[in-house]
Design a protein around this ligand. Structure first.
Ligand code: NI
Length: 419
């Protein structure tokens, strides 16, 4: 060792340095093959997923789901607290209090009638786990089992976050606003992803999902006889001009390099072929990856509605709501996660996937803490698992459950050395 505190060179043997380094690494690392550890619980993961699949519950109604999650945590001896009713935050303390690492899943289902004949088909008619959140709960519980087995070896504190109401996009924010989540040094979330083959995972840095906002527009005209438009203010005509003009935001007002979607998806007005209606009701959705644009878009949209209505003598009401941020992966966390995926599934298991329109309220976690959101491939045509999320025939290759659970664990082990 050249250069001691006194400035006099100190020499020591290479073996001695190695032995110190080895001890140091032993202290820092858990020497487990994560995939093998998780595979021990494969049956558990599948059974849990099927049980949640049979008993889906809508956003904010996940009472039985939450109770079942808590029973499992009780059995594992992991303490937890109830948050916002159907949310649960469990805390698994390792040898060290810090870093604190959050692993999050969502737990709600959708108002969809399941069509596919499955032995574990939904028993709650008209409600279905068509977004794979049954798999998400199973993966986080399975990860909890493995982490619980190795709790004495963990150099961090783990927060297991079971979040309600992702589909209504307000569960995450409600949980965070309680302050019960506390500070997280890093956080990891994931989605079962039928656009990628089972056996692959994407953890690309940067934008994963766009922001997502919704809007209601009422065009207020003046009703009258269809033969005498000069006595009326036709809200359909004005509404049509608004729909048309709003498209200029994406095509003429914003940078072509930015993703911007402004969609009017409903337009209701009128009762009969010779009556001008009093009002027209429009609604739509707005998406972008750019956080600055996200702030500017409501203003741009309202300016167009206002000026168009003024030009044609109409009035309006504008309601812009549920404006969730884009889901953006932290670069450093993505890098750690890429290493984790490669350890589990090899080079070929790590795939790239461009960001996608669609919202995810995990974005509120990523706004506050550095973290990563993974797309866990679950597509397998030979098993009939090729339908999109939110499809009445959606199903997942259950091999993906092991990969997702293993990814939670491996990311945690890799991240605890970095924060
Ligand atoms: Ni989902």
């Amino acid at each position: 060792v050249p250069g001691s505190a006194t400035g006099v060179p100190v020499y020591c043997s290479r073996d001695w340095i190695w032995s110190i380094l080895k001890d140091y690494k032993k202290e820092r690392r858990i020497d487990v093959n994560v995939l093998e550890e998780v595979k021990k619980y494969r049956e558990y993961a599948v059974a849990m997923r099927r049980e949640f699949h049979r008993h889906p519950e809508l956003s904010w109604q996940e009472t039985e789901t939450a109770a079942r999650i808590r029973r499992e945590l009780d059995e594992m001896g992991i303490p937890y607290e109830e948050v916002v009713g159907t949310g649960t935050i469990a805390t698994l303390k390792g040898k060290k209090d810090h870093p604190v690492i959050g692993l999050r899943c969502d737990i709600d289902a959708l108002p969809i009638k399941e069509v596919k004949e499955l032995p574990y088909r939904s028993e709650n008619d008209g409600v279905m786990h068509a977004c794979g959140h049954d798999g998400h709960i199973s993966m986080l519980l399975t990860a909890a089992k493995v982490l619980s087995d190795h709790r004495d070896e963990l150099n961090c504190t783990v927060k297991l976050i079971f979040q309600p109401a992702e589909e209504k996009t307000n569960g995450a924010l409600k949980m965070l606003e309680t302050g019960r989540v506390g500070h997280l040094d890093t956080v990891c979330g994931m989605h079962i992803f039928p656009f990628l083959d089972a056996g692959t995972i994407s953890v690309d840095p940067g934008p994963r999902y766009t922001s997502a906002a919704f809007m209601n527009i009422t065009i207020k005209g003046r009703s009258g006889h269809g033969a005498m438009p000069h006595y009326a203010v036709d809200p359909i005509y004005v509404g049509a001009k608004v729909v048309d003009a709003l498209q200029s935001i994406a095509s003429r007002e914003t940078n072509a390099m930015d993703t911007v979607v402004v969609s009017i998806c409903t337009f209701h007005s009128g009762t009969m072929a010779n009556i001008f209606a009093e009002t027209a009701e429009l609604s739509g959705t707005v998406r972008t990856f750019n956080p600055e644009l996200r702030k500017q878009l409501p203003g741009m949209i309202e300016r167009i509605i206002k000026s168009t209505c003024e030009a044609y003598r109409a009035d309006y009401e504008f309601d812009y709501y549920c404006d969730i941020p884009a889901t953006i992966n932290d670069e450093h966390c993505s890098e750690i996660a890429a290493g984790s995926v490669k350890k589990l599934l090899g080079e070929e298991g790590l795939v790239k996937y461009a960001g996608t329109p669609g919202g995810e309220d995990f974005s509120y976690f990523l706004e506050r803490f550095p973290g990563v959101y993974a797309f866990v491939g679950c597509r397998n045509e030979s098993k009939g698992c090729s339908y999109s999320l939110h499809h009445e025939r959606f199903d997942l290759d259950e091999d993906a459950l092991v990969n997702g659970a293993a990814f939670y664990v491996q990311y945690l082990l890799d991240a605890q050395e970095q924060f």
